[in-house]
Design a protein around this ligand. Structure first.
Ligand SMILES: Cc1ncc(COP(=O)(O)O)c(C=O)c1O
Length: 419
């Protein structure tokens, strides 16, 4: 095959799917819970743009609002009349505490800005993030990623420039972090659920302890909700799970597929932004197009009863998946939430990075995802993959998915792959 102009044919490696049965997978259109490829095949989608399309692909309300904004001039380059209403609507997620908002374009940038605010507010440099956490692709935080060498357990805490690591659900490790490095520690940067490490959800007691130590130490907490934001309702997932963040980052679902991200913060954390000590920049940040996408998304989610079918659907799917494997004599379980979860071939959910690493099964996962794809169901191409469910997944998608999982379970049982 001739070399592609765009390496791998895609500008983010996380999105590259391998060929299957000699065929490339290239999307021609996406609507609701379905992807249509260039050969006209329809797939039930569980990648859902890495979680960005919580409402479903091309949601009519978002398409309409964005079309209007495009026609009206998407980039006036001065303050516009949609940004503030969009900020106010988005800040509903932050509840009574995180009442301030500022926009960025990508989750990576939002995290970068949140770290800058934390450093400005504390006068310290060091950021601590969990082993296995993913907080964007900028160099300083591309450290301790799942399967990276520095994620391995050693006697020394890894430090790279201004970033260090701690281990989720290991309270002694957090205590040691504050005891040894507390005076340098500007922020704890942590996802409420380690999405790239198989949807590990830290224990409430762990998050409460982390909060206590951070507050005693004058260290800010940044909840990176880029992946899970809006997935459990219009509220902070981190707060729901026992963490008390000062800042929270969002992306993906807040724009329903239009590139927009944001930082929410307490008035105290935002003081350094208000007084100009920390500046915000970005040509595209908060332009009418992206602000319209946020406003339209938040409007759809205004009626919180919109969430019940999503949660019920996800819970049913998780139960059906484990039942499909059980009927072939295979123990399986899921981690995460009903709207985003990972699959494991074990009946004991992993709680720590080490447990997850010991249980991940690339060979089995590949067989399952290939079989699903042959049967019209597509998900993320990683062994640590997640299944993102949307408000657009309905009965027809459930039927196709259950059938595909039963087939995958059957193939796995016959394969002889060690589980
Ligand atoms: C938790 C988390 N933070 C940050 C990012 C980076 O967001 P983006 O890809 O929009 O730069 C991601 C992307 O997957 C993420 O999952």
């Amino acid at each position: 095959m001739a070399a592609l102009t765009v390496p791998f044919g895609v500008s983010s490696r996380a999105r590259a799917l391998p060929e299957l049965d000699g065929k490339r997978f290239t999307v021609a259109s996406s609507k609701g819970a379905r992807l249509i490829d260039t050969e006209g095949r329809s797939y039930v989608d569980y990648g859902m743009a890495m979680g960005a399309t919580l409402l479903g692909h091309a949601h009519p309300a978002v398409v309409e609002a964005c079309t209007r904004a495009l026609a009206n001039g998407p980039m006036p380059g001065f303050p516009n009349d949609i940004e503030e209403p969009a900020g106010t609507a988005l800040a509903r997620i932050g509840g009574a505490r995180l009442t301030r908002a500022t926009f960025a374009t990508t989750g990576t940038e939002a995290v970068h800005l949140a770290c800058r605010i934390a450093r400005g507010a504390t006068g310290r440099r060091l950021i601590a993030k969990p082993v296995g956490g993913y907080d964007g692709w900028f160099d300083p935080l591309r450290f301790g990623l799942v399967e990276s060498p520095e994620a391995e357990r050693t006697n020394n805490r890894p430090v790279k420039e201004d970033t260090t690591l701690f281990r989720v659900n290991e309270i002694d490790d957090v205590d040691q972090l504050f005891d040894e490095l507390g005076s340098d520690l500007a922020a704890i940067l942590v996802e409420p659920m380690l999405g790239n490490t198989g949807c590990l959800v830290p224990d409430r007691s762990f998050f409460e302890h982390l909060t206590k130590r951070a507050q005693e130490n004058g260290t800010l907490i940044i909840a990176d909700e880029v992946m899970v934001g809006l997935r459990r309702g219009v509220k902070l997932v981190s707060e729901d799970l026992g963490l008390t963040p000062d800042l929270a980052t969002f992306g993906k679902a807040i724009g329903s597929g239009v590139p927009v991200a944001a930082v929410l913060g307490t008035p105290k954390a935002f003081e350094v932004v208000d007084n100009g000590q920390v500046s915000t920049y970005g040509t595209y940040h908060g332009n009418p197009l992206v602000a319209s996408a946020v406003l339209a998304t938040m409007k759809v989610l205004e009626d919180e009863s919109a969430y019940s079918p999503l949660f019920d659907w996800g819970a049913k799917l998780r139960a059906e998946i484990t039942a499909a494997f059980a009927s072939e004599g295979i123990a399986a379980t899921t981690t995460g939430f009903d709207s985003v979860f990972s699959l494991w071939f074990t009946n004991q959910r992993p709680r720590t990075y080490d447990e997850a690493q010991a249980k991940v099964n690339p060979e089995a996962m590949k067989l399952v995802s290939d079989t699903l794809r042959r049967n019209g169901v597509i998900g993320l191409p990683t062994v640590w993959g997640r299944f993102f469910v949307s408000l657009s997944h309905g009965d027809a998608e459930m039927d196709i998915t259950i059938r595909a999982f039963r087939e995958a379970a059957h193939e796995l049982a016959r394969s002889g792959i060690k589980l």
